[in-house]
Design a protein around this ligand. Sequence first.
Ligand SMILES: [Zn+2]
Length: 395
Amino acid sequence: MVKIKRTYKYRIYPNRGQKSILETCLNACMVLYNDCLTERRDAWKTSHKSINYYDQANQLKEIKTFDDELKEVHSQVIQDVLKRVDKAFKNFFRRIKEQKEEPGYPRYKQRTRYNSFTYPQKGFKLEDKKLILSKIGSVNVKKHRGLPEDANTKIKTCTIERDLDRWYACFSVEMEIEEPNHESIANSIGIDLGINHLITLSNGDTEDNPKYLSKSERKLSRKQRKLSKSKKRSNNRSKRRFGVAKIHRKVREQRTDLLHKISRSLVNTYDLIVFEDLKIRNMLKNHHLSKSISDVSWSKLTNFVSYKAEEAGRRVEFVNPKNTSQECSNCGKIVKKSLDQRVHKCPFCGLVMDRDQNAAINILKRGLKRVGQELSEFKPEDFSKRRMIQEAPML
Ligand SMILES: [Zn+2]
């Protein structure tokens, strides 16, 4: 058996009174967070003394005697705020040590940016349709994805999250799964992550962004333009900002939904799934091409596939993407092509194939090599039958 961690996120429906308690709680946590930051910073500035988690935790009792808002917050939630500050500083010191990136001193949190608090062990209980939160009450919850049985004993933490006008509860659960058996790989697939198509499979299938998604994305950019034109600090502006954030959320949800569907179908169909290693890919590829949106989708997709595969005992490999689009997937020779050449046309062996599919087959080959198998049944003519390819100008 192997232990794995999963997060289950459910929407909760606090009533008006509970909402105001939740808001107060968030606010008290934010103030405490910023105060802890100040204390650490000042101690260092004035006397080069560094303050740790326990120094700050020892003061809590005293602080609670005069801070009325904090009195209303569960003690474990308060401790977790101190842990968050501690983590921010530990990360800061780690970045200084590694010297890989700008260290960036821990920052103060604004009201709109401090959106969650955590019960690290106790203080909550999940029932069928209710979530009972200590100091807040019994809140309606909608469980859309079933927690494993006897989940309450396995839930490690509960985080309450505010997302604009909605509230969510995120449960981190520790589960045990069977040791995966990777010996028999019958069905394998390589995946090219692209911009023309969201993904291209080594069997020639493609998956694109559906129309509704580009529709919402267009709407989003229109609203964003309007927002940037409106007057700073005006009432209208903050209303618009809320509106834009809501469309943002909708696009994000639609996209996530799509990626869940794609990853589910991949994991159900294949027992070896091979992707390019995105970290290496980011270093290799030039970065002018429409970056941000695809990047987020790609890493989300690989994450979704990875954890679903883990649960289902399927195997996922990440391979070096160097030259996957230049190399001929049939003879292995390098066939140089620029980005706008959509067809791979090999002058050495005569293979003509969609550029992305050629890359996907190379990715699959590298993955199979990793697990000690070969692409035995590979016949280029199978692929050209599946997919009509337009002739490209001669290379
Ligand atoms: Zn070739």
